[in-house]
Design a protein around this ligand. Structure first.
Ligand code: HEC
Length: 106
């Protein structure tokens, strides 16, 4: 009797695991929206500008480099004019933004 739960428990666990890996996947459309709202004012509409004439042009930067750059500014390892905005990003936001920015400048 007790073991009748087992198949449904397996199904639930599987569903949860699948949902989790879906969350970790970058959402480029979300990244684009967030980029336009939070980053474009300094880095340019297509990430083609040097923010405050000091940053690198970030269009087409490698995804992992963008994630690292954002983490370093979030934790204060690198100080810059955009850090207030960068400090508020979640890990998922950083993934989404990086995936989007990496598609620019191709
Ligand atoms: C207020 C202006 C401003 C905003 C808003 C801003 N940034 Fe920046 N960003 C800068 C400046 C200035 C630098 C260069 C200084 C530094 O190293 O942080 C920089 C650096 C960077 C770098 C590292 C580039 C390099 O030089 O290696 C990345 C990546 C980046 N920004 C991404 C973003 C993203 C993504 C957003 C939106 C969530 C954003 N920035 C919002 C001003 C801004």
């Amino acid at each position: 009797m007790r073991f009748h739960f087992f198949p449904s428990l397996c199904a639930i666990t599987l569903a949860l695991l699948t949902a989790q890996s879906a969350v970790a996947e970058a959402d480029i459309a979300k990244g684009k929206r967030q980029y336009q709202q939070l980053c474009a004012m300094c880095h340019g509409r297509n990430a083609e500008k040097q923010a405050f004439d000091t940053s690198a042009v970030i269009a087409g930067m490698a995804e992992s480099d963008i994630v690292t750059a954002l983490e370093k500014r979030k934790n204060g390892e690198i100080e810059g004019a955009g850090n207030t905005v960068k400090a508020r990003l979640s890990e998922q936001d950083r993934q989404n933004l990086a995936a989007y920015i990496a598609t620019l400048g191709e």
